[in-house]
Structure formats: structure tokens, C-alpha cells
Design a protein around this ligand. Structure first.
Ligand SMILES: [Mg+2]
Length: 267
């Protein structure tokens, strides 16, 4: 596929995925610092948006700082934060919420003023939880069967690790869906909510905002559904052959962020 780089011309805002785009694990993608220097200089505003709900925004700020890149907590949007912001559209602070998830999700829900409780919870909020147990499944099942709203931070069924694919939030959601017969409302990519929240934070229009990601089924599909320009980088989960054979087509494809800014800075 030939890139139509004119599609970069109107872009003033970016919603950028992190893993596979900015780094792989703890290893920075080549050109990371220069990419951010380019964005700051242009300037192009950005939100770093991730489906990972286990970490807090501060942990991402610290991780990028170790790679020599300075970002503000307000430039990060995790699916955990997006879930808590979404909750605000449904219920006032002080409402009881049962959380299956890790530090990132619990912190986000608490920061927005919700009370994490298994007793009398009106919402069951579920993200990846490496401490997932039968007891948590049982509590959440009874709450949802009793009328609590069922919300998932992100739909990822598995996560790639050195050991192979391990269960993600989607596996926990599937267990609960099996025991309740209720499908969750999903906040993270590829659903629209996280993109709409990022767009609102950026204050841009659909015409001047692009998504950068490494996954076709989350970043690119979600960006497309949200009406945004989509940019795939081949530094993560997707290969060139994968793009050619997929039904979801990004607007632009680059090897990595270094390739992207080197093309972009000439426009
Ligand atoms: Mg990624």
C-alpha cells in the first residue's frame, strides 16, 4: 500500500497507543525522544491512550521518564481512567462500585470519589486482575444478577508475554458473562468511549485528529469507528503481511515512530 502522506497535513492532535508504539516491554522504540521533540516543537497535541488498566497514569509518566521522555499525567488516558470518567456519566460520586482489577483501576475509581465495596454495589467494574479468584467471580455474579451494571475496562482476551499469551481482562469478562448471561459495556479500544474521552481532552476535531497504534483490531478499528485518521506502525503486534491480508485498512502505515516523524517533518 502506498502512503498518501497528504493525510498528515491537517493533523494537529494525536491519540497514541503506547505498548508496541513507544516501547516494547521496557525497551524504547528507536527515535522515541526525537518523536516527542518533534510533537512538542510542531506543536502536535497528544493523549497517550492504553487499554491496560493495571497501572496508574503516574506509573506511565515514570516509565517514559526512564526512557528520557517527559509527559504530564494529564497527557495519559488509561482504560482504567476512562472507565472511571465513564462512570461519572452514570452515577454520582459516593456510589458503591465493586472492582475486579488491579491498582490502576482501583485508584482511578477511588480518585473519582466512588466507594469500592462488595456490599450494595450498583456497578461491577472489571479489568485485568492477576489476583482473580472464584470468590470475586461469585460476588460479581451475584451483584450483576441482582441488578448491578456490568462494565469492562477493555476487551483484550489475551496479552503477549515471553511465556506466550496469558489471560487478559476479556477472559475475566467472559467468565462473568457466562455466569450472568449479561454482556458488559466496554470502555476501552476498539469501543468508542475511550476515543471520545481522548478527543474531548484534546479539544480537537475529527478532521485534525489521528490515532497511532500497532493493532488493527483495537487501535485502528477503534480509530476508524470514531471517524479519525488512522496510522499503523509496524513496530508491535502487526506485520506488513498482516496489513495486506486484513479487512481493516489503516489510512497510513509506517515502520515505526521514527519513520513517521521523518516523513512528517518534511511536510
Ligand atoms: Mg499496542
Amino acid at each position: 500500500m502506498q502512503n498518501n502522506i497528504d493525510k498528515l497535513r491537517p493533523i494537529e492532535n494525536l491519540i497514541i497507543d503506547m505498548d508496541g508504539v513507544l516501547y516494547r516491554g521496557d525497551e524504547a522504540i528507536p527515535g522515541l525522544k526525537e518523536f516527542f521533540a518533534f510533537l512538542r516543537g510542531r506543536p502536535v497535541d497528544f493523549i497517550l491512550a492504553t487499554n491496560n488498566s493495571t497501572r496508574t497514569a503516574r506509573q506511565y509518566v515514570d516509565k517514559l521518564a526512564r526512557m528520557g521522555v517527559e509527559v504530564a499525567p494529564s497527557e495519559i488516558l488509561t482504560s482504567a481512567q476512562a472507565t472511571a470518567i465513564y462512570l461519572e456519566t452514570l452515577a454520582p460520586p459516593g456510589t458503591k462500585v465493586y472492582v475486579i482489577g488491579e491498582e490502576g483501576l482501583e485508584a482511578a475509581v477511588r480518585e473519582r470519589g466512588y466507594i469500592i465495596s462488595r456490599d450494595g454495589a450498583e456497578f461491577v467494574v472489571v479489568g485485568m486482575d492477576r489476583g482473580f479468584t472464584y470468590d470475586k467471580l461469585k460476588v460479581a455474579t451475584l451483584l450483576i444478577r441482582g441488578g448491578a451494571r456490568f462494565i469492562g475496562s477493555n476487551p483484550d482476551k489475551t496479552l503477549p508475554t515471553e511465556a506466550g499469551f496469558i489471560p487478559g481482562a476479556g477472559a475475566m469478562l467472559a467468565a462473568l458473562e457466562a455466569s450472568t448471561g449479561v454482556a458488559p459495556t466496554i470502555v476501552g479500544k476498539p469501543e468508542r468511549t475511550i476515543f471520545e474521552l481522548a478527543l474531548a481532552k484534546l479539544g480537537g476535531s475529527r478532521e485534525d485528529t489521528a490515532v497511532i497504534g500497532d493493532r488493527l483490531d483495537t487501535d485502528i478499528l477503534g480509530g476508524y469507528n470514531a471517524g479519525l485518521t488512522t496510522i499503523l506502525v509496524l513496530s508491535g503486534a502487526t506485520t506488513r503481511q498482516g496489513v495486506d491480508s486484513a479487512s481493516i485498512k489503516p489510512d497510513l502505515v509506517f515502520e515505526d515512530i521514527q519513520h513517521l516523524y521523518k516523513v512528517w517533518r518534511q511536510l
